[in-house]
Design a protein around this ligand. Sequence first.
Ligand SMILES: CC(C)(COP(=O)(O)OP(=O)(O)OC[C@H]1O[C@@H](n2cnc3c(N)ncnc32)[C@H](O)[C@@H]1OP(=O)(O)O)[C@@H](O)C(=O)NCCC(=O)NCCS
Length: 183
Amino acid sequence: MSLRFETERLILRPFEMRDAEHFAAYRSDLAIARYQYWHPPLPLADAIRFVKTMQALQPGTPGEWYQIAIQPRHLNHLVGDCAFCVLSEDVRQAEFGITLAGEYQKQGYAGEAIARLFRYLFSDLNLHRVRAICHVDNHPSARLLERLGMRREAHFIDYYWFKDRWVSEYWYGLLRSEWESSL
Ligand SMILES: CC(C)(COP(=O)(O)OP(=O)(O)OC[C@H]1O[C@@H](n2cnc3c(N)ncnc32)[C@H](O)[C@@H]1OP(=O)(O)O)[C@@H](O)C(=O)NCCC(=O)NCCS
C-alpha cells in the first residue's frame, strides 16, 4: 500500500528519486544532525541509495524504519521527513521521529505532519501505543512531543554512548485511548 496523505498545508508521501538532492542537503546540516543518529554530511550517492531502499520497503514492516517525505502544498519539493518503525518485539507499538530542514522549522509543519501520522498509526494500523525518544538538550523536539499530547515517561541518564559522549534521553509515549480522547 502506498502511503499518501494531505493535511491543511502539507502533502505526506513516499520518497521519490527527485527528493535525493534536498534530502542530502538538509541531512548534511550539522545543526539538524546534532541530536540525530546520523553523521553529516550525507553524500548524494547515499541519499539516492536511501530513496531506492525506501521505495522497496513496505510501510509498517516490523523492525524497519519507513521514511515519509513532507512537502508543503505550495512547494514542489520536500522540506523534511517523518518516519516510523513498528517494533519487531511488539507489532502493536511503533516509534517515530521527524526532521525538518532549518528554514522550514518554527511554522508548525512538524506538529501538523505528526498529528496526521498519529491518525495513520492509530486508526489505519490500529496500534496500541506510539513512542518517541528525544535527547534531553533537544528542546524543540521535547516541546513538539509535549504539544502533541505525549507523556514524558522516562528520563534515562547517561544512557548510551553517542557522538563521543554519554547521552541522556527522554522517552515519550502516547496510547491510542489517549489519542482518541484528545480528538
Ligand atoms: C524536532 C523539530 C522537527 C521540531 O520542529 P519545530 O519547527 O520546532 O516544530 P513545528 O514545525 O511543529 O513548529 C512549532 C513551532 O513553530 C511555531 N509556529 C509558528 N507558526 C505556527 C503555526 N502556524 N502553527 C503551529 N506552530 C507555529 C510554534 O510556536 C512553535 O514554536 P516553539 O517551539 O518555539 O513554541 C525540528 O527542531 C528538527 O527538525 N530538528 C532536527 C531534527 C531532530 O532533532 N529531530 C528530533 C527527533 S525526535
